[in-house]
Ligand binder design. Structure first.
Ligand code: FAS
Ligand code: PHB
Length: 389
């Protein structure tokens, strides 16, 4: 079999890249390890930068997002008994959009079906060969049969645990990693969100986040031990702990109920360089991971897709490799700034097990400077709404 771009991974990166390229007449095939149902069962990101919203509009898949997404003009930081509002719209002129990654993925699959884009689900034993030549190919097993896909380029959109990044020789790759000494225990509940904006709380008992998917679906997180297990958290224990970490008014307003999803995510910062090897291009979580504090994971995948999509269009339409040759450096320039912001906000809002009294004083000073300084608030807002592509 042959295609122009073989995309490994049917998550947001691979799906969005495939649909954008299809709209420009460029042929792709997406190879996905799981079933569609499994992919769509994942509860992940909730905040979209306007860059991602624009890409979804360009891909012709923003209809439901326009109807059901919520623009948020700011967010709240709670610490030391006070709540600080960071006004994105006033400070940057830009909002963010609250719309679940699950919905984005659903909309992308539906639009690709309607456009006749090809996806092979439940593939196994995916292996790349010839990525450093002009004739790359991807082999995989589907329905018990071994297949080989010849292509012009391979897009490695297969996430942190995929096969694409390891296919780049260690001698060529540099990995940068920081693992945080805690995780996030997250729940989804069919209850009204506690506030009309997100609340990030730094409490003496640890971090908490109040988010949402819509007016009837709330998403909450609390910092937990890296060794914690989701089975040891009953709904009741979760709600009690969350209340202890929220500002008084929010705790009083909190509507609790049965959780419909509960999971623990580890927190890490990770980047691999370069994001290209020959005709293999890494995109999204395959190349980088951020702690979810800054809501950057999905949004960084979007800017990678933007750079790769335009580079591939330039190659096929203008026979020009400038965009592809610049891909890794351009993508990494934005990745590292988002890594910094996510690391900064994680350090600002969490209680670290080994935090010294001096470290705590630094957190308080940083939060009070943010409260008192408009330039500091503007810098935070510009990073949160998304730096330019
Ligand atoms: P994904 O990991 O989403 O997709 C990769 C796809 O490749 C998967 O469908 C996988 O099945 C497939 N795959 C893997 N190996 C394969 C192989 N060998 N062959 C074929 N297919 C293969 N980001 C936020 O902004 N906010 C959040 O709150 C947030 N919460 C998260 C919670 C969790 C538990 C996780 C894991 C991530 C979270 N993220 C969050 C980050 C997340 O949203 C990612 O940034 C986003 O899914 C990136 O999309 P992809 O790059 O497409 O990777
Ligand atoms: C979410 O709604 O899942 C969410 C929102 C903001 C974050 C992380 C997660 O920083």
């Amino acid at each position: 079999m042959r295609t122009q771009i073989c995309i490994i991974g049917g998550g947001p990166s691979g799906l969005l890249l495939s649909l954008l390229l299809h709209r420009r007449g460029i042929d792709t095939v997406v190879l996905e390890r799981q079933t569609r149902e499994h992919v769509l069962s994942r509860i992940r990101a909730g905040v979209l930068e306007q860059g991602l919203v624009a890409l979804l509009k360009e891909a012709g898949v923003a209809g439901r997002l326009n109807r059901e997404g919520f623009e948020h003009d700011g967010t709240r930081l709670a610490f030391g008994g006070e709540t600080l509002h960071i006004d994105f719209r006033r400070l940057t002129g830009t909002p963010v959009t609250v719309y679940g990654q699950t919905e984005v993925t659903h909309d992308l699959y539906q639009a690709r079906d309607e456009a006749g884009c090809k996806t092979v689900f439940t593939v196994s034993d995916v292996s790349l060969s010839g990525a450093d030549t002009d004739h790359p190919r991807v082999s995989y097993t589907a329905d018990g049969t071994r297949h080989t896909m010849d292509c012009d380029f391979i897009a490695g959109c297969d996430g942190f645990h995929g096969v694409s990044r390891p296919s780049i020789p260690q001698a060529v790759r540099s990995d940068y990693e920081k693992v945080y000494p805690f995780g996030w225990l997250g729940v989804l509940s069919e209850t009204p969100p506690v506030d009309d904006e997100l609340i990030y709380a730094n409490s003496p008992r640890g971090f908490a986040l109040c988010s949402m998917r819509n007016r009837h679906l709330a998403r909450y997180y609390i910092q937990c031990s890296a060794e914690d297990r989701v089975e040891s958290w009953s709904d009741g224990n979760f709600w009690e702990e969350l209340k202890r970490r929220l500002p008084e008014q929010a705790a009083a307003n909190l509507v609790t109920g049965p959780t419909i999803e509960k999971s623990i995510a580890p927190l890490r910062s990770f980047v691999t360089e370069p994001m290209r090897w020959g005709r293999l291009f890494l995109c999204g979580d395959a190349a980088h991971i951020v702690p979810p504090t800054g809501a950057k994971g999905l949004n960084l995948a979007a800017s990678d897709v933007h750079y790769l999509y335009h580079g591939l269009c330039q190659y096929y339409e203008d026979k020009d490799t400038v965009g592809l040759d610049a891909y890794s450096a351009r993508a990494l320039a934005r990745v590292w700034k988002a890594e910094r912001f996510s690391w900064w906000l994680t350090n600002l809002m969490h209680r670290f097990p080994d935090q010294s009294p001096f470290d705590r004083k630094m957190q308080i000073a940083e939060l009070e400077f943010l409260r008192e300084n408009e330039a500091a608030q503007k810098a935070m807002a510009e990073n949160y709404v998304g730096l330019p592509y």
